[in-house]
Design a protein around this ligand. Structure first.
Ligand SMILES: [Zn+2]
Length: 192
């Protein structure tokens, strides 16, 4: 999947979770940082891809991307597995702990969860692509759905652009529409 699709999938998943949980009081700053963390989590597994959107925006991103690519064992390897979720989740948690004293008003727990939700949505989305995902590394099997490779989505292909992306967009809009009241309460909380 492309970075654009991954970001939308991460955001849609986060929207669904927020819509179906009891409303917590949350500050505007926490909400905005959580959405950013969610979008970063949504593309983070592709750090193992030198051409990933993750690296493209950095000045020496190409070089760094190639180093990470080797380090993580090539594309769709460690960062695309449950071990990857644990490693990246741990690193992100560590970074948030360092930042916590400087930003005491941010709810770091919520921000961490938003990142992990984005990360997991990436692996789920990649599971429906031809290459599949090695969820259970070190077992070197790439899981995919549906099981027949030819029926899966090709990254950046027509099905992704004309079916998957629009469906995610409709899904996201549908969640907002059906949980409108929930989001109103949330907005009210933020405004306080
Ligand atoms: Zn990926």
């Amino acid at each position: 999947m492309t970075g654009r699709t991954h970001d939308l999938a991460a955001f849609t998943t986060l929207t669904y979770i927020v819509a179906t949980q009891p409303v917590h009081s949350i500050s505007l700053a926490t909400g905005l940082v959580a959405i950013t963390a969610n979008l970063i989590g949504g593309i983070a597994p592709d750090v193992d891809q030198p051409t990933a959107p993750f690296w493209k925006n950095l000045p020496i991103g190409g070089v760094l991307g190639r180093i990470f690519d080797k380090f993580l064992g090539g594309h769709r390897f460690i960062s695309h597995s449950l071990i990857g979720v644990a490693i990246f989740g741990f690193i992100f948690h560590y970074i948030l702990q360092i930042l916590r004293p400087s930003f005491p008003h941010l709810d770091m727990n919520l921000i961490w969860w938003a990142f992990v939700v984005g990360y997991l949505s990436h692996l789920v989305m990649d599971t429906i692509t031809r290459e599949g995902v090695p969820w259970l590394l070190p077992i070197p099997y790439k899981f995919g759905f549906p099981p027949i490779k030819e029926l899966r989505v090709q990254t950046g292909g027509l099905v992704e652009r004309l079916v998957v992306f629009p469906l995610l967009l409709i899904g996201c809009g549908y969640i907002f529409y059906t949980h409108y009241h929930q989001f109103l309460i949330l907005m009210h909380q933020i405004g306080k």
